[in-house]
Design a protein around this ligand. Sequence first.
Ligand code: PHE
Length: 347
Amino acid sequence: MAKNNVLQTFKTEISKIASLDDLLLLETKYFGRNGVLNAQLKNMKDLNAEKRKALGKEMNQLKYKILESISKKRQEIVSFGQKNTIDVTLPGKKYASGSLHLVTYAIEEISNIFEKIGFIRMSYPEIEWEWFSFEALNMPKDHPARDDFETFYIQSPTNQKYGKMILTPHTSSGQPREMMRLGKPPIRMINIAKTYRPNWDASHVPMFHQFEGLCIDKRINITHLKGTIDFFAKEYFGQDRATRLRPFHFQFTEPSFEVDITCDICAGTGKVADGTKCRLCKQGWLELGGTGMVHPTVMKAGGLDPNEFTGWAFGFGVERVMMMKPGVGLNNMRALYDGDIRVLEQF
Ligand code: PHE
């Protein structure tokens, strides 16, 4: 090959190359022992000193030009590969898919159930005056019933009428709040909110949630209460579940009850298949929460006339009912707030 053509030919050849393998072959073709460049030097020994020197210089320049363009090409191939090659053998990326927290999910389910029967979801202050949580609910300062609602106090000035500020120990403060907000019945509200009491064990956490229903109108009676609680229990736990009202005492309701629901393990019988006692409920019933007919004193505190209106209220724990739902299988309430993602990943 004539010397002048060497560079020309090389340029055409390298322009067609797109892989490192082909580039290596080309490099060998030019620089190998029997390569193009060595072939050019074959006749060198027959030349006189002057010509030899000239040829040597020319060949060196050619060599550097070729080397330079090979290394440029290598760079090109490598950086192009980095940007555009998809390695289909790499394992795929997994993106974590989230889900609602169990408590958030339960709150949505509960509000949907009550929405179906015309209850309006309401919110009231979580940092509240003592008066709305206690005095208005017929629990004066020294009443021992107040001890059942152990309370977190806020450092705040004391208001003459409303007392100190607290973190709501129950959602019942929503009762006088709603009566005062509306001014007159009908009232059908559901208050689902955070509640606080200083307890920490398998079935108590210091911050938990309650849902409180309040229904006030003319001629409201216990049958409406029982019907509503039955509706909720069947919607939330299953159509085969039944409820009962068991006499109890609360300062803010008269009469007062605790609500029980049939146990789903023994279907309300208290006995399992082999005739032994059900270990979950012992006598067929599980406790849901408190309820009763709104006390006339509470009605008055909320600005309503108890001779004209009657009503009922109930207050249940969100975490508690959620943990009682068949299939949830959670036996430690603290697990809900430990922040361990593995708990939530199971649902
Ligand atoms: N506030 C009560 C509690 O936290 C529950 C309750 C609400 C009882 C409404 C009666 C009526 O235990």
